[in-house]
Design a protein around this ligand. Sequence first.
Ligand SMILES: [Cu+2]
Length: 170
Amino acid sequence: MSLRGAAVAVIASVLALLGAGTALAHNALTGTNPADGAQVSVGPSEIVLTFDQTVQNYEPLVTVTGPDGGRWQGSPIAVLNNTVTVPLSPLGPAGDYTVAFRIISADGHPVEGTSTFTLSAAGTGVANPDTPVAREADSGIPSWAWIVGGTVVVVLLAVGAVVSGRRREN
Ligand SMILES: [Cu+2]
């Protein structure tokens, strides 16, 4: 085999490997119902997310956040082959509703994304009581706050120990 032939063979096998990698890549969202960017006058009874590959039925997460920050998704979330379906409560205020999802892809990786639709006419629905914005505010202490707080306490204790140690020496 000539040098040039060998180079071509190497490039071909690398391309083949890359192709295999693409085929094994994690799930991609191929469609939603309502479609991303769609305008509806009445909210549908459910949201359906369709992927290019089977979704693993492991703790799927879907939230539907309305224009006022309220949550409108129902439960349970159903995973069937390559689709994820979440019941939708009757909608309230007109405006944009964002569907955010996090699923476990066929290859085991978490995949997340969003899709948005617009409600053109206000409905009479009431936002989900168990996932209101208020509940997030209640437990809204981020983990870094605990770390900073804990560090401050440790430093104060250390300073206190040093100061009291010096007093005893004097
Ligand atoms: Cu992946």
